[in-house]
Design a protein around this ligand. Structure first.
Ligand code: PLP
Ligand SMILES: N[C@@H](CCOP(=O)(O)O)C(=O)O
Length: 461
């Protein structure tokens, strides 16, 4: 499988090269040149597979040629061995035809584990084959950081630097990152917001001279392998409620547009998806562009769903590439305009976006109400991101005979502030995190300044 850049100027690469490259050297994001497509019969034949077997079926075409089948199977088995439910991504019913897909059963209690447990192993495999090392620079609004650290910390081939916005992640999220005291793990709190952190990561890819010859790698969803691993649970959950013999809809709490983009790809690969609902918090650029064709950048709000406090949604560029007939020149020009301020899409591109996505925005007050109401009705405790997803699902759901699956992207224990504001009791930490608040923390606080961050990285590799 070859991968091409959304801006059309970078060379086409194989899976192994894309995995290590992260961002394309023209500033674009890598996407598969072509997608595999599965017939209804073939998808139906996967109904009784384990999650791991299904993962192999779905992802194999993307890695074939670069990773041997047996090695890939072992990586998949190892990646999901640490999940605390045998179904890996179990489903819970919260209403008539209304489902929650629990994606927080991995070691760091967020959906990021699905991809990052695998990504660390894939990188390790490819780097050891090539006898190379990689410097990982990642940005997090709270969850990617700990999942990436957990996925990469045991590697001899990786040094990992994670930027999080100072005082803007929950305490549980921060401690999950900063209490990992390994020689190859560095946490940096940047006095800025997530977009600042992500901007620094992208600028560092554009000019890597500060690394003095070392190579930079990505763990954010700009890395194609992140998206690839997230496609699997759309298939597993849809199969469990009767697809492909019936349609299924999904509602996805959305920030960087990676998770829902994986759902869009599942649809293009043959999964009969009726609706894909983009659920946002007050940082609603994605809702505005889908509903009103308004892609203007506004100030970032601090919300009770901090992992979605994102204005520059990296993966939206991957969708824009399809919406512009995969013309990198148009995407390059559009992104240049976006970086200067606001942008509207041409009618054709906007129609494409609207054809595939519905959207809804939920504020903090409503988020708390949903957590409280669902708990009162079902005794099921939602995290604030999932609550936004569920509210958006209920608002946008067009055909109630089609099962609606809301992705539960994190465990509520990570967000006690929202849970308590909703009048619920925060659950206790799971056994493997019981002593999280007693563990020693280590992190550096740096100004919102690219050269300070790059100097820190250069000094520590
Ligand atoms: C808990 C949680 N929900 C939702 C999201 C949004 O996912 P995405 O950025 O893939 O849209 C994130 C972070 O990205 C998250 O950590
Ligand atoms: N919500 C994320 C932000 C980074 O998104 P990513 O999916 O591109 O890694 C987080 O929690 O860190």
């Amino acid at each position: 499988m070859k991968y091409i850049s959304t801006r059309g100027k970078a060379p086409a690469l194989s899976f192994g090269d894309v995995l290590l490259a992260g961002l394309a050297n023209d500033g674009g994001l890598y996407v598969p040149e072509t997608l595999p497509h599965y017939s209804k019969e073939e998808i139906a034949s996967w109904a009784n597979l384990s999650y791991q077997e299904l993962a192999f079926k779905v992802m194999w075409p993307f890695v074939e040629g670069d990773i041997p089948a047996d090695a890939f199977k072992t990586m998949i088995d190892d990646a999901y061995a640490g999940f605390n439910h045998s179904a890996i991504a179990p489903m819970v019913q919260v209403g008539n035809n209304e489902w929650i897909l629990e994606l927080f059963r991995g070691p760091t209690l967020a959906f990021k584990d699905f991809a990052l447990q695998l990504l660390g192993r894939l990188m390790d495999y490819v780097l050891s084959e090539r006898k190379e090392k990689l410097v990982i620079l990642g940005a997090t609004s709270g969850d990617t950081g700990s999942a990436a650290i957990e996925g990469c910390r045991h590697s001899d081939h990786l040094d990992i630097f994670i930027l999080h916005p100072y005082q803007r992640v929950s305490e549980v999220q921060r401690r999950q990152m900063t209490t990992v005291i390994d020689n190859n793990v560095y946490n940096i709190a940047v006095k800025g917001n997530f977009d600042d952190c992500q901007g620094m990561v992208k600028s560092s890819f554009a000019n890597q001279s500060f690394l003095k010859g070392a190579k930079l790698g990505a763990v954010n969803s700009i890395n194609w392998a992140r998206i690839m691993a997230q496609i699997v649970y759309y298939f597993s959950s849809a199969l469990s409620v009767g697809a492909p013999h019936r349609k299924v809809s999904f509602s996805v709490p959305t920030g960087n547009f990676g998770d829902i983009f994986a759902g869009y790809l599942a649809k293009k690969m043959g999964l009969p998806i009726d609706q894909l609902v983009v659920a946002t918090n007050q940082n609603d650029i994605l809702h505005r562009v889908i509903a009103e064709n308004d892609m203007s950048r506004q100030a970032l709000n601090v919300t009770l769903s901090p992992s979605m406090d994102i204005m520059v949604s990296s993966n939206f560029e991957r969708l824009l590439f399809d919406a512009h007939n995969r013309d990198g020149v148009q995407v390059d020009e559009l992104m240049a305009r976006f970086n200067k301020g606001d942008v509207t899409l041409n009618d054709k591109a906007w129609s494409y976006v609207k054809e595939h996505f519905d959207s809804y925005k939920v504020d903090d007050k409503k988020t708390c109400e949903v957590i409280a109401d669902v708990f009162a009705d079902t005794q099921y405790l939602l995290d604030p991101h999932t609550a936004i997803g569920l509210e958006a699902a209920r608002h946008c759901w067009k055909d109630k005979s089609v099962p609606m699956i809301t992705l539960a992207t994190a465990h509520p224990v990570k967000f006690p502030e929202a849970v308590e504001k909703a009048g619920c009791e925060s659950p206790s930490l799971p056994e493997h995190m019981k002593d999280l608040f007693e563990r020693k923390e280590s992190y550096d606080v740096l100004d919102n300044d690219l050269s300070a961050v790059q100097a820190f990285v250069a000094k520590n590799i």
